[in-house]
Design a binder for this molecule. Structure first.
Ligand SMILES: O=C1O[C@H]([C@@H](O)CO)C(O)=C1O
Length: 539
């Protein structure tokens, strides 16, 4: 089937956590509408930009865009931005069932509220688990200052860091303490910020599809008193395992099953809490309702989550996430090429940046897809970024010895059909004794997650420990503090694809790279993606 959507993007006054601020909305809503489709459907979204003074682009996160690389929605990579007053139509096929999302991919616009879920249903009976009902949970973090203020702060000397979020939202709702808000800005009685309610019938089993679109925060998610069986990650079936507390990073989706088998005479909390950074934000809450009476608050305090610095708890969940035995897609046994990427915080002209192998990414003004297809030389740096770093000698526990990085918009060209390994190595930041979690997201592909470690990756030792038997396929994966994560993917999707930290501030500060493969196989580009940079005037 072909599913048509008409979306108007505009600023609206919104109070997701009871505090009024300007948000970027879709048809007046944030989060935007959930796109519901069935595997194999064609989704058509006609986006009209009514932001007046701001461009827009929308990325379909987890959708591979096979044959439609121009519909990936990544400003500077696959398209020129959609100008105010303009209309752009995204058309793509949803090839796989599963839980996905969409969000703005222009500057830090995602954080302003432009996001939502994509749920792709499987053919009946195709999934390796059963349930009676389904709920969707979109997790987010939220600030009261504008994304423009945040972006300007990040690019200032000295940096004005975004800081911890004011609120955590569940399905776009949270609750700020109005006594801490400026007079006249906060109204705790607004229905708009009432806690979301998830109804359950005693004895039934529910699938919760959970997605994180946080700008910054790594989260723990709990359903009070209800252990969760993890069954899906990023659209792939997982060998089921049970957690009380689900660790979820920005850009990831999971499905969990819960049984409504607790005392049915009360309600329970859904709770999200910040982990990996020292939290400064109250718990995000919603209500699991057995009673059909959402006004009946749970009699207990909301779960406080795991200790924020319990890295090993989160590491173990990463390692436990492997393919369902009946859905293993074995990876190719070896790679044709290995790219080692050292993640460091650096400085350029006094500004704090993130860099890979000491190169901080900057987006070109001409989208790579157009520049490469049309041979527009000079549109970006033709020198490829470095393939590795001094892994034998680099001390990942020390501050970068040479904090000065360079900036580049060069990209990695991959041989079409080749097998590529990427090892992401985390390290100490500019401050002593600090290394953060980075969720890395790859556009246009799913990758096999071959291994994780804490400490220094050794290419002579660790590849022998890779899981080649039943690794999970994902599109977003965590690199734990002082840790490494090894991925493998096939460069089999003609196009140009971003690969970056999904923390909004970090990609803005240069934490990403770009891959090209099979550009010569890309069909004729739609003219609508052009019009900026070297494509001005009809190229
Ligand atoms: O990129 C970042 O900058 C801050 C801090 O290092 C500088 O203020 C922080 O916590 C980040 O993740």
């Amino acid at each position: 089937a072909t599913l048509n959507h008409e979306w108007e993007i505009s600023y609206q006054f919104k109070s997701p956590d009871c505090v009024c601020k300007l948000a970027v909305t879709i048809n007046g809503q944030t989060p935007g509408p959930t796109i519901r489709a069935t595997q194999g459907d064609t989704v058509v979204v006609r986006v009209s930009n009514s932001l007046l003074t701001e461009n827009v682009a929308i990325h379909w996160h987890g959708i591979r865009q096979i044959g439609t690389p121009w519909a990936d929605g990544t400003e500077g990579v696959t398209q020129c931005p959609i100008l105010p007053g303009d209309v752009f139509t995204y058309t793509f096929v949803v090839h796989r069932p599963g839980t996905y999302m969409y969000h703005a991919h222009y500057g830090m616009q995602r954080s302003a509220g432009l996001y939502g879920l994509i749920v792709v249903a499987a053919a009946p009976g195709a999934e390796p688990f059963a349930y009676d009902g389904e709920h969707e949970v979109l997790l987010n973090d939220w600030w009261h200052n504008s994304t423009h203020e945040q972006a300007t702060g990040l690019a200032s000397v000295p940096i004005r860091w975004v800081g911890e979020p004011h609120s955590l939202l569940i399905n776009g709702r949270g609750r700020f303490n109005c006594s801490a808000a400026a007079a006249g800005t906060c109204d705790a009685t607004l229905p708009e910020c009432a806690a979301p309610v998830f109804d359950v019938v005693p004895g039934k089993t529910y699938r919760f599809r959970i997605a994180s679109l946080t700008s910054l925060s790594a989260l723990n998610f709990e359903i009070e008193g209800h252990p969760m069986t993890v069954v899906e990650a990023d659209g792939h079936y997982v060998k089921p395992f049970v957690v009380d507390s689900l660790s979820i990073y920005s850009g990831e989706t999971y499905s969990v099953l819960i049984k409504a088998d607790q005392d049915p005479n009360r309600n329970y909390w859904l709770a999200s809490n910040v982990v990996s950074r020292q939290p400064g934000t109250p718990t995000g809450t919603a209500v699991l309702s057995y009673l059909g009476d959402p006004r009946s608050p749970p009699p207990t305090p909301p779960p406080a989550g795991r200790a924020w610095n319990d890295t090993m708890y989160r590491f173990q969940q990463s390692v436990a996430t492997v393919a369902h035995p009946a859905h293993v897609e074995p990876p190719p046994p070896r790679a044709d090429r290995t790219i080692l990427l050292l993640n460091t915080q650096n400085k350029i002209d006094g500004r704090i940046k993130w860099a890979l192998n000491n190169v901080s990414f900057r987006l070109p003004h001409t989208p790579y897809l157009v520049a490469m297809k049309r041979g527009l030389l000079g549109a970006f740096d033709q020198r490829p970024p470095p393939e590795k770093y001094a892994h034998q000698t680099y001390d990942i526990y020390a501050k970068p010895p040479n904090p000065n990085a360079t900036t580049s918009d060069g990209l990695y060209r991959l041989r079409f059909g080749s097998v590529v390994d990427v090892v992401l190595q985390n390290a100490n930041m500019l401050d002593d004794n600090k290394s953060e979690t980075h969720p890395w997201h790859l556009h246009g592909h799913d990758f096999w997650v071959l291994g994780y470690g804490i400490g220094r990756f050794d290419p002579a030792v660790h590849p022998a420990t890779y899981n080649l038997r039943d690794p999970i396929l994902k599109n977003t994966v965590a690199v734990h503090p002082y840790g490494w994560t090894a991925l493998r993917f096939k460069a089999d999707n003609p196009g140009v694809w971003a690969f970056h930290c999904h923390i909004e501030a970090h990609f803005f500060m240069g934490m990403g790279v770009v891959f090209e493969e099979g550009i010569e196989r890309v069909a004729e580009l739609p003219r609508e993606i052009t019009g900026c940079g070297k494509t001005k005037g009809g190229h």
